[in-house]
Design a protein around this ligand. Structure first.
Ligand code: DTR
Ligand code: CA
Ligand code: ZN
Ligand code: ZN
Length: 324
C-alpha cells in the first residue's frame, strides 16, 4: 500500500512499507475469550533497565544521540526489531521523509485478537540531537518493548488485536506518528479501540501524571495507581505534546502516562510524591545529561508495570467502555 501524497509544512511523507491490513491478521489465532481476564505480569525492572543500557550504548557509539536522521536512531530500531522478531511478533518498518531525511516507524503485531478492535501501545524512539534521550524517550520505548516481550512470554490470547509502535521524528513535531496515522484508511482507523502513549516515564524527580483524555483508558491507569496507594494528577505540561495527539486528531481514544519534563515540582507535589520541590521533574530534559543515570528506578518500575496492566486489562476485556 502506498500513501497518497499529503502536503505538510515540515514533512513530505512517502510510505514505503506498511503493516498489512487488519484483515490479513484475522486468520491467526481466534483468541478465545477466557472467563476471567488474566492478571498482568510484574514487569522486571532489570529487563527495562537493560534496554536503557543498550540505548545508552547505541548513543555513545553514534555521536552521543539517537536523533532522527542520525545513525543512532536506526541502530535503536534494529535493537528493538531483533528482540520483537525473536519473540514471534510480525514486525514492519514504515518509512517516511522528514526534513529531507528518511525516518522510520517500527510496528509490531501480536498474532490473534479481533482485527476490528486494535489496541495499540506506542512510544517515540528518537532523541533530540542534544543527547542520548534515555528518559526522553528510552523509558517509554523500553517499557513498551518489555510489555510486548511479556505478552510473548505469556503467549497471551487477547480479545483485542495487540499492536505496538515506536515512532520516529517525534522531536521534530510528532512526524512519525502523523505519518503512521496518515497512512491508515478511514476503515483502518475505525478498527482502533484505543492508543496508549508513553513518553518520559522515568523522570529523576518524578510526578505521576495520567493523561486526562479517554475516560475508560484514564480510569484503567488511575484505578491501578489507586490500588497501589499512589496519587496521580492529570498531565500538566501541555496536552497534545506527544504522539497520542496524532491518534486523537483522527478520532481514536487515547491515554497514557508521564513523569514530567522541564516544569518544576511544586511543594504539594513533593509532599505527595517525594523528590525535590522547586526543581524540574527532569533537569536533563533535552540535554546531554539525559543518560542512563537520569532515571528514577521506582517511577520507571511502577510505570512499566502500569503499561502492562493497561495492555492486559484493555486487551483482554470485552470493551471496558472502549468503542468496539
Ligand atoms: N513530548 C515531549 C515532552 C512532553 C511535554 N509534555 C508532555 C505531555 C505528555 C507526554 C510528553 C510530554 C518530548 O518528547 O519532548
Ligand atoms: Ca515491576
Ligand atoms: Zn523530547
Ligand atoms: Zn518525548
Amino acid at each position: 500500500m502506498i500513501l497518497s501524497a499529503r502536503s505538510r509544512a515540515a514533512a513530505v511523507l512517502a510510505v514505503a512499507a506498511l503493516l498489512g491490513p487488519a484483515a490479513s491478521q484475522s486468520a491467526a489465532q481466534p483468541a478465545p475469550a477466557s472467563a476471567e481476564a488474566p492478571a498482568a505480569p510484574d514487569i522486571p525492572l532489570g529487563n527495562v533497565k537493560a534496554h536503557l543500557a543498550q540505548l545508552q550504548s547505541i548513543a555513545t557509539a553514534n555521536g552521543g544521540n539517537r536523533a532522527h536522521g542520525r545513525p543512532g536512531y536506526l541502530a535503536s530500531v534494529d535493537y528493538l526489531k531483533a528482540k520483537l522478531d525473536a519473540a514471534g511478533f510480525t514486525t514492519s518498518l514504515q518509512t517516511f521523509t522528514a526534513s529531507g531525511t528518511t525516518g522510520y516507524n517500527l510496528i509490531a503485531d501480536w498474532p490473534g485478537g479481533d482485527p476490528d478492535q486494535v489496541l495499540m501501545a506506542g512510544a517515540h524512539l528518537d532523541s533530540t540531537a542534544s543527547g542520548p534521550g534515555v528518559n526522553d524517550n528510552g523509558t517509554g520505548s523500553a517499557a513498551v518493548l518489555e510489555t510486548a516481550l511479556a505478552v510473548s512470554r505469556a503467549q497471551l490470547t487477547p480479545t483485542k488485536h495487540l499492536r505496538f509502535g515506536w515512532w520516529g521524528a517525534e522531536e521534530l513535531g510528532l512526524l512519525g506518528s502523523r505519518a503512521y496515522v496518515g497512512s491508515l484508511s478511514a476503515a483502518q482507523r475505525a478498527t482502533f479501540a484505543g492508543y496508549l502513549n508513553f513518553d518520559m516515564i522515568g523522570s529523576p524527580n518524578p510526578g505521576y501524571f495520567v493523561y486526562d483524555d479517554d475516560p475508560a483508558i484514564e480510569k484503567t491507569f488511575k484505578d491501578h495507581y489507586a490500588g497501589l496507594g499512589i496519587p496521580t494528577e492529570p498531565d500538566t505540561e501541555g496536552d497534545g505534546r506527544s504522539d497520542h495527539a496524532s491518534f486523537k486528531n483522527a478520532g481514536i481514544p487515547v491515554g497514557g502516562l508521564f513523569t514530567g519534563a522541564g516544569n518544576r515540582k511544586t511543594a504539594a507535589q513533593a509532599q505527595k510524591w517525594g523528590g525535590t520541590s522547586g526543581q524540574p521533574f527532569d533537569r536533563c530534559y533535552h540535554s546531554s545529561c539525559d543518560t542512563a543515570a537520569n532515571i528514577d528506578d521506582t517511577a520507571l518500575d511502577r510505570n512499566s508495570d502500569a503499561v502492562a496492566h493497561a495492555v492486559w486489562t484493555l486487551g483482554t476485556s470485552g470493551s471496558l467502555g472502549l468503542p468496539s
